[in-house]
Each structure stands twice: as structure tokens, then as C-alpha cells.
Design a protein around this ligand. Structure first.
Ligand SMILES: [Zn+2]
Length: 201
């Protein structure tokens, strides 16, 4: 069994720098070949440094562009807490309004719109007159409001939960006198009558 001698490591081939090339060749460039080799090396160095400059310029441009992007402002813990509180209050207020609306609707559906039918009233009107206050608008539309439940009455009302429509309540004698505004002339009387009874959204 023979031991093979280790192969000697090859020395890495290094590209001579411009200075080295000049040092080697500046003494006496004796031939055209040497001159051409010198020029070729210098050209290679030039191309390399141009490439490096282009790369670093691109990185610099990218960094400058990044500074122009709008930054998200960071909220403080106090601001976050305040926003959470505000949202909670808003949600509670919305829920309260929703329940109030439901209560009002329920009250209006339960109300008979008869004078004195309110639970707080002493006695229901013995003649069964309505608690509706009627009003004739300047467009000659008669609208009403119940003084018990604040329900509004308009000519285009659909029948209510009791199956009674506007005409039914309009025919009933009321305990209140009808009020009336002045009279106006409208270019489009029908449109004015319609606009005079706009519904809440
Ligand atoms: Zn009513």
C-alpha cells in the first residue's frame, strides 16, 4: 500500500490591479502585446468600477424614495384607550336610540288615540272623542298628531295595527279644535301637498 503524495495546492489566480499592471509594465513596455494587455486590463477595471457605481446609485435612489413614503403615525396607549371608550359610548347611544324607537312604536300601536286613554290620565272621554290634534297646512293637507302617543297622521298612511286608516281617524270627532295655517298658492299644488307630509327617514 503506497501513500500518494499530496497534490500541492494551486495558488489562486488573481487579476492584477491597475497599479500592479502599471508597475509591471510601466518600466519598459517592450512590445505592442504588452501595451494591448495593459489597455485591456484598464478597460476591465473601468467597466467593473462603473458597474459598482451603478449598483450603489440604484440603492441610494431606493433609499431616497423610501423616505418620501408617508409614514403611519403611531398611536399612544392613551389615544387607543380613548378611541375604545368613544366607540363604547357611541354603541351604547345607538342601542339606546334603537330601544327608544321600539318603545315609541309599541306605545303608538297600543294607543287607541282616544282622549284620556293614556294610563296617566284620570278618565277616558265618555263620548269617545279622539285625542288627535288636526292641522290644515298651507298646502291644504290635513295632518294630525295624537296628544297621547305623538303618532303622526297623514292622508297616505297605511292601515295601522288595529286595521284603521287615516279616514277612520279623520271621521272621528276630536276633543281638540283643528288648527289651520294661512293659504299659499303653489305652482304645483299636488307636489306641495306631497312635500307637506314628508315622512321621517
Ligand atoms: Zn295615540
Amino acid at each position: 500500500m503506497s501513500i500518494k503524495p499530496l497534490k500541492p495546492l494551486e495558488a489562486p489566480v488573481e487579476t492584477p490591479t491597475i497599479a500592479e499592471t502599471i508597475a509591471q509594465t510601466s518600466v519598459q513596455p517592450t512590445s505592442t502585446d504588452q501595451l494591448l494587455a495593459l489597455i485591456a486590463t484598464m478597460q476591465q477595471q473601468l467597466v467593473l468600477s462603473q458597474q459598482q457605481a451603478a449598483e450603489s446609485n440604484a440603492k441610494l435612489a431606493e433609499a431616497i424614495l423610501a423616505t418620501t413614503k408617508p409614514r403611519e403615525t403611531l398611536k399612544t396607549a392613551k389615544e387607543i384607550a380613548q378611541e375604545a371608550n368613544q366607540k363604547m359610548f357611541d354603541d351604547q347611544a345607538k342601542e339606546l336610540r334603537r330601544r327608544q324607537k321600539l318603545n315609541i312604536e309599541a306605545d303608538q300601536n297600543n294607543c287607541e288615540h282616544i282622549a284620556g286613554c293614556n294610563p296617566l290620565s284620570e278618565e277616558r272621554d265618555v263620548r269617545g272623542r279622539s285625542s288627535i290634534l288636526w292641522h290644515k297646512t298651507d298646502a291644504q293637507v290635513v295632518v294630525g298628531i295624537c296628544t297621547n302617543c305623538q303618532r303622526f297622521f297623514r292622508p297616505d298612511d297605511p292601515a295601522d295595527a288595529r286595521g284603521n286608516n287615516y279616514e277612520f281617524y279623520r271621521r272621528k270627532p276630536s276633543i281638540n279644535r283643528m288648527s289651520q295655517s294661512g293659504t299659499r298658492q303653489f305652482l304645483d299644488p299636488l307636489q306641495a301637498m306631497k312635500d307637506g307630509t314628508l315622512r321621517d327617514s
